[in-house]
Design a protein around this ligand. Structure first.
Ligand SMILES: C[S@@+](CC[C@H](N)C(=O)[O-])C[C@H]1O[C@@H](n2cnc3c(N)ncnc32)[C@H](O)[C@@H]1O
Length: 223
C-alpha cells in the first residue's frame, strides 16, 4: 500500500489544481438538483456532496498499483474527482450509476474513467464482466435510508462478494435520515456482512450534515 489519500492528493498532481478536484460548477449543481426532482427517492439528496464530505470519505485510505476502487452512485462526481488522480498510479476504477442522465454526465466529465449504467446490486457480476479482481475500496454515495429492505440486502450481499478480504467499504448517511427505520435496518443488515472499522465520523460542513461509516470483512489492525 503506497498511496495516502486526501492529504497528498492536491500536491501529487501538478497538472490538476484544487479547483479541478473540488469544483462543482453551478451547472452541475443545477443538473443534480433536476435529477433529484425527477427521482427524489433514488437520488436521495438535493445537492451534491461537499469537498469536506469527499475528504472524509477518502481519509486514511491507502491504495497501491493494481488495486480496484468501485464507486456506487457517483452522481455528478464529487468523490470521483478526488479519485481520478490515482488512475495515473495504476489504480483501477469502476463507477456504477443508476440514473441515465447522471451516467451521461459522468462519462463526459471523466472520459478516462469507466462507468456502468446500472445498479450497485450488480457489482460482483460487473467485476467479473470487466475482468477485475475484488475491490480494495468500495465507496458508496447511495441513499440506503430510502431503499427497501430487499434492495439494501441485495446491495450489501453483492458488496460483500465484491470486496477483498482486507478491503474497505465506506458509506455515508445524512444525520436526519440516520434515525429512520430504514436506516436502522441498513445498519442491522450491514452488521451481518461486515464489521465497523472505527467510530463514525461526522461531517457538519455538508448539506445536509452527514455521518461516514467504514466497514470491513475482517478486523484490520493498526487502522
Ligand atoms: C445522494 S446521491 C450521491 C451522489 C454523489 N455520490 C454525491 O455524494 O454527491 C445518490 C446517487 O446514487 C445513485 N443511485 C441510487 N440508487 C442506486 C443504485 N441502486 N445503484 C447505483 N446508483 C444508485 C443516484 O442516482 C445518485 O446519483
Amino acid at each position: 500500500m503506497s498511496i495516502e489519500f486526501s492529504k497528498e492528493i492536491e500536491h501529487d498532481y501538478p497538472f490538476m489544481n484544487n479547483q479541478d478536484i473540488h469544483s462543482h460548477s453551478l451547472r452541475e449543481r443545477i443538473h443534480f438538483m433536476s435529477r433529484f426532482f425527477a427521482q427524489p427517492h433514488a437520488v436521495g439528496s438535493i445537492w451534491p456532496s461537499s469537498r469536506y464530505l469527499g475528504r472524509a470519505m477518502l481519509q486514511n485510505i491507502f491504495l497501491k498499483e493494481g488495486d480496484v476502487v468501485v464507486e456506487y452512485g457517483p452522481g455528478t462526481g464529487p468523490f470521483t474527482a478526488q479519485l481520478r488522480p490515482y488512475l495515473a498510479k495504476g489504480v483501477r476504477y469502476l463507477g456504477i450509476e443508476r440514473d441515465d442522465r447522471l451516467y451521461e454526465t459522468l462519462q463526459s466529465r471523466f472520459p478516462e474513467m469507466k462507468f456502468h449504467h446500472g445498479s450497485a446490486e450488480e457489482v460482483s457480476s460487473l467485476l467479473e464482466h470487466y475482468k477485475l479482481p475484488q475491490a480494495s475500496l468500495i465507496i458508496s454515495g447511495l441513499p440506503f435510508a430510502n431503499m427497501s429492505p430487499d434492495l439494501q440486502q441485495g446491495i450489501l450481499e453483492a458488496t460483500s462478494k465484491a470486496l477483498s478480504a482486507d478491503g474497505v467499504f465506506r458509506t455515508f448517511t445524512y444525520l436526519f435520515s440516520g434515525l429512520s427505520p430504514r436506516s436502522a435496518h441498513f445498519q442491522k443488515i450491514a452488521a451481518q456482512f461486515f464489521q465497523k472499522m472505527k467510530s463514525d465520523e461526522f461531517v457538519l460542513l455538508n448539506l445536509p450534515p452527514a455521518k461516514v461509516m467504514s466497514f470491513s470483512k475482517k478486523e484490520i489492525k493498526n487502522y
